[in-house]
Every structure is written in C-alpha cells, then in structure tokens.
Ligand binder design. Structure first.
Ligand code: BES
Ligand code: MN
Ligand code: ZN
Length: 504
C-alpha cells in the first residue's frame, strides 16, 4: 500500500529516491520549459544546472511532458522528474494528471518527493489524488508480481509550506478517502468474473464498509424470489451463480438530505441467449463498474463522514446463456409489478436496474442517481472517456454535470427525445426492453427512457451511462491505468458534498 504524507522540510535536504518538480512552457519568444512551484526557490547554482539539463533534454513544459534528469544534484535525489503543467492557471485536473503521469512513470521507485505549485486546498487535494491514483497497480493474479510489473511508488511525500496546516491536512485526507475508493473499485472491475461471482461481489461491498457506520443488507436468490425482484432474477436465471441485491445504508446523525445510488452489477455479460460476439467479450468482466462505483462512493462518503444520508443499491447478477436462461420473448415482472417483454437478453442492465430503482424509491430519497455500463451506444455517442448524464430534472442534470467538472471527470448531458418512448410499447406486456424499430439510433437515450418508466412522478432522478470511461481498453495515461478506472466515483462524492451543503 502506497503511503502519502506532507513535509515542509527544505527541498534540498530531503533524502528521496526521486524528486518530482513542475515545469511550464517558457512563453513569449523563448522555447523550452521553466521551473514552476517550489523548485523556483532552489539555490541559484543547482537551479541553473537543472534548467540547463531540462533544455538539453528538450523539456517543453506542456501538459503530458515528462522528462527525467539523472544526478541533478538536488535534494540528494538520484533522479529529478520534471512534469509539464502547460500554461497556467493550473486547474485541479491539470495538476491531477501531471502528478499521476509522473508517479506512474516512477513505478519501481521506493520513495518520491512531489514539489508542485499550489495556492488552494483544492489544488493540493488534486495533487494528492493524482499521486495516489497514479500509484495503482493490479497484481493479485500474477505469480511473481515483481517480475511482471514494477511496483508502484511506496512512499509519497508532498512538499508543502506548512505540513501542520489544518486546511491542508483536511485536503489530503479527502484525497486519500477518494483515491482509496477509486482504487478499490478498480480492483473489483479488474478481478476476473470467475473469481467475483454475484455473491462474492455483494460480500466484497459488505467487507469494504465493515469498519464504517454503514448498515448492510444482502438479498440472496430466495429473498429476491420472495420479494418479487423479477428483473434481477430474470437476468441471473441462466447462471449457476445466483444473483444478489446489496443495500448499503449510511445514516449520519443530523443529516437531512438523502441520496440514493443504484449500480448495475453484471459480474459478467455474455449477452445471455442473445449472445455477444467473442471479440472483446472478456472486457465484460467490467460490466459491474456501476455497482463498484456505488460501493466506492459509499465507502468514501462514509469515511469522510459527510453529513448526508446515502443509500447504495448494488443490482448484481451474471448474464449467462443456459437451459435455464431467460429467452427473447419471455415476459418478466419487475419489483413493484410492471411487466417487461425481454426482446434482447443482452439489454440486461436496464432489467436489473429497474428493480433497484423501484426498491430505492421505497426509501424516499431526495435524489436518485443510477450508474451503469449500460450501452455500447454511449461509446458511439461520447467516446471512451466521457460519461452521459440524463435526468428527469434540468437542475439535477446541471448539478451532476457541474459536480463532474469540479471533480475533473468528463461528462456530458444527453436528452430524452420523447419520440423514442412509443418504440418500447409491447404487444403483450407493459414495455419491451429494446425497441424493434429505429435501432440502433439513440441507444443510450432509449435505455434511459426505459429506466424512466420505473421512476415515480416528482422523484428527482439522474442516470449516468459510464460504459465508455469505466474501462480503459487502451494504454494507460496520466493517472488512468489500463482496465478498471473507477469512473464516476469522484463525481458522486462531489455531488454528495453538494447535497450536504444544500446546494442540490
Ligand atoms: N454491457 C453492455 C454495454 C457495454 C458495451 C458496456 C460495451 C461497455 C462496453 C450492455 O449490457 C449491452 O449489451 N448493451 C447492448 C444493448 C442493446 C442490446 C440494445 C448494446 O449496447 O449493444
Ligand atoms: Mn448486455
Ligand atoms: Zn451489460
């Protein structure tokens, strides 16, 4: 486990294996990079030597620029890593990315000191988050983790002017709670489905809140049957590993606002009888990214002790084809009674979520947010790094979008075009789970419109389709690793803080 501490000791005197400093483009007619932040105040001689080395190595100071300078003779550090921040002002996200990239590049190093510019507690929070998110690796399934990949930096020390400052300490504690939750969700997503069937995922969420004031209830297949959760049961029917509905309730004293988080937890999505092509099917181990985000958000919110009631619901099932699986054309009954004609068993996320959304409304939350790797159409519309935000309330959609911006997560509002709704009319049930006309146009919104059918009038509700950003199929970048990313947790924690402030 990577540790992160603050130090206000003189940079030049710190014993460390690596020193991370920041650069920015020189600007004007000058080419190259200039040092910014604490490194600006180094003594003239070592500073000039470092700047000469940076010039010789072609440092640009642009965002994403990472230059290693060996033996710069500063801080007894055998290597100085200079990260570009781009031209100021340095946004939280620019700092988070730069530090994340530097720490990732330092994998294999034991101890690193981070000396970056910041004026606000929020910027320090971002620096600490970037460091801890960049120090992630997933080696649980390697027989020799050292041989296969370099371990992340073990000890991170952030250089600050006053390590005892209460505001700075609070900012770092927030960063630790959030990064810890994001890395936890990444682990859940990266764990192979064979090692994380529904019962294990529900239990993993319960274990994660064991030392927190969070009450846990897990419904097993018998309880789901008795309660009439036909969506979760229908999707889970084909699998030898029975489904679960986990409920995590955080009720701090004095809190008034209540946020419900409902997550799609498909531990593996084969598509069911409407089976998927095998190309990239392995990535469907990540189809529980929404449930992982819900568990992670509850952990972070409870660890921070935010004064807001939060209830998380993890709708967990494995979508498998078998002689017991639900068939296209079957009619299932959602929790609460609505019937759905299952036209495509691969549109399973909305079927488990409908049960979770109806259940969540029984707890009378002020706001419900569901989080799901719901549609490939979300990737078509927004690419792989931006999640879609839909809502039945314009202010809530704006509030979620605003929270995502402050959290440094890319998201974009999407509409509910009214003409898509009649396409879901069924000739035998209340609703079909996919349209038979107009496919595949507007698939992300159609899924949202389906879910909206399970929301009562007056209930504020937002839907996040995280199918793109939840899983990084490409190369790592900045603080984002390959595989599970923990997307949306930072936004959800920010939203919970805003609710606690009465701002939503
Ligand atoms: N889990 C998938 C969506 C998905 C696709 C997530 C790619 C991440 C990456 C979902 O269950 C699904 O299969 N959706 C179908 C819906 C269709 C049948 C209407 C899809 O997107 O093709
Ligand atoms: Mn599917
Ligand atoms: Zn799915």
């Amino acid at each position: 486990m990577t540790t992160l501490t603050l130090s206000s000791a003189d940079l030049a005197g710190l014993a460390t294996d690596a020193l991370v400093v920041a650069t920015a483009p020189a600007g004007g007619r000058k080419k190259g990079a200039v040092l910014v932040g604490p490194a600006e105040r180094l003594k003239a001689a070592p500073k000039r030597k470092l700047e000469e080395a940076l010039a010789a190595l072609g440092a640009t100071g642009k965002a994403g620029d990472i230059v290693r300078v060996p033996g710069a003779g500063i801080a007894a550090a055998p290597v100085v890593v200079a990260v570009g921040l781009g031209a100021g002002p340095y946004t939280d996200e620019a700092l988070r990315r730069a530090v994340g990239g530097a720490v990732r590049a330092l994998a294999g190093t034991r101890r690193a000191v981070l000396a970056l510019p910041f004026d606000t507690a929020s910027q320090l929070d971002a620096i600490a988050q970037g460091a801890l998110l960049g120090a992630y690796s997933f080696d649980a399934f390697r027989s020799d983790s050292k041989a296969a990949s370099k371990s992340p930096v073990d000890r991170l020390v952030v250089h600050v002017s006053d390590a005892k400052d209460a505001g700075l300490v609070a900012a770092v504690n927030r960063a630790k709670a959030i990064a810890g939750a994001v890395n936890y969700a990444r682990d859940l997503v990266n764990t192979p489905s064979g090692d994380l069937p529904p019962a294990a995922l529900a239990q993993a969420a319960a274990d994660a809140v064991a030392d927190l004031p969070v009450e846990v209830e897990i419904l097993d297949e018998a309880a789901l049957e008795a309660g009439g959760f036909g969506g979760i049961l229908g999707v889970g029917k084909g699998s030898a590993n029975p489904p679960r509905l986990a409920r995590l309730a955080y009720r701090p004293e004095g809190a008034t606002a209540h946020l419900a988080l409902v997550g799609k937890g498909i531990t593996f999505d084969t598509g069911g009888i409407s089976i998927k092509p095998s190309l990239n099917m392995h990535e469907m181990k990540g189809d529980m990214g929404g449930a992982a985000a819900v568990a992670g958000a509850v952990v972070a919110i409870a660890r921070l002790g935010l004064p807001v009631n939060v209830t998380g619901y993890l709708c967990v099932a494995e979508n498998m084809p078998s002689g017991k699986a639900q068939r296209p054309g079957d009619v299932i009954r959602a929790y609460g009674g609505k019937t759905v004609e299952v036209m495509d068993t691969d549109a399973e996320g909305r079927l488990v979520l409908m049960d979770g959304l109806v259940r969540a409304q029984e707890d009378k939350p002020d706001v419900i947010v569901d989080i799901a790797t719901l549609t490939g159409a979300a990737l078509v519309a927004l690419g792989s790094r931006t999640f879609g935000i839909m809502a039945n309330d314009d202010d809530l959609r704006e509030a979620v979008h605003d929270a995502s911006k402050r959290a440094g997560e890319a998201a974009w509002p999407m509409p509910f075009p009214e003409e898509l709704r009649p396409n879901l009319d069924s000739s035998v049930a209340d609703l079909m789970n996919i349209p038979m006309v107009g496919r595949p146009h507007g698939g992300m919104m159609t899924a949202g419109i389906f879910l909206q059918e399970f929301i009562k009038d007056g209930q504020r509700w937002a839907h996040l389709d995280i199918a793109g950003p939840s899983f990084n199929s490409g190369a790592p970048y900045a603080y984002t690793p390959k595989g599970g990313t923990g997307a949306s947790i930072r936004t959800l924690v920010q939203l919970a803080e805003d609710l606690a402030d009465g701002a939503v």
